[in-house]
Write a protein that binds this ligand. Sequence first.
Ligand SMILES: [Zn+2]
Length: 112
Amino acid sequence: MTISIERARELLPPELSQTTDEEIQRMLNYVYFVLDFAWNWQEKHPWETFPKRERKIQDPESVFNKERHISNRMPLKATLDQKIKWHIEHIAHCKCRPIPEGIKQEIQKRLG
Ligand SMILES: [Zn+2]
């Protein structure tokens, strides 16, 4: 994806109308660099976007539902209720790791 200097100029706010073509090109090069870097990083290190413990997964290809993980992250400071809910929904859609023992025990306790 590239964009022309003319198009980039149209997108600039009015207060930057004095920006030279050379400056616009430098900005565009920077944007391309960042996009390229982000894209390659994601390709080479898909695990980096997930918590470290996810790397214990044995056979990610067959059991890992990436879409599921991207759209359903565990809240940062999850309450026990939120963790239980997350793990139950997770195991229904993705088999990358089992429900942790502690959570399992808590579920069993609540089920009586
Ligand atoms: Zn999973």
